[in-house]
Design a protein around this ligand. Sequence first.
Ligand SMILES: [Zn+2]
Length: 123
Amino acid sequence: MKPKKQKSQSTPKPENDVSTNLDKLRAKLDASLKESQQSSERQEALSAPQMPPQVILRARQLEKKGKFTKPIVKRTPLDMRWDSAELECGHPIRIFGSSEEASNTCRECTEAWLLRQARKAKR
Ligand SMILES: [Zn+2]
């Protein structure tokens, strides 16, 4: 004498449907996320020379200690704002005309060091 209960048992619970749909959606999202991660990794490998993380960390330590900081040996005003400066290592940089710094980090020396160390680390 309880037809209501029987009916509810025979029909599938709607909550289950929602959760399986969500699972499917999540799986799809995961897959597309993985795909995009893989493609960006590939792009990075193609565009940038592969730099081992330990080399980058070492370079940061050395930068803090001033390894890549070179004294400015020559300075020529370029315009109202900028000076062209020559570092002790011979590399040119641009600095603010108002800058009072007697030395500066040399990007070229830093990059050269990084490339050298990366090559060594690969061997
Ligand atoms: Zn330099």
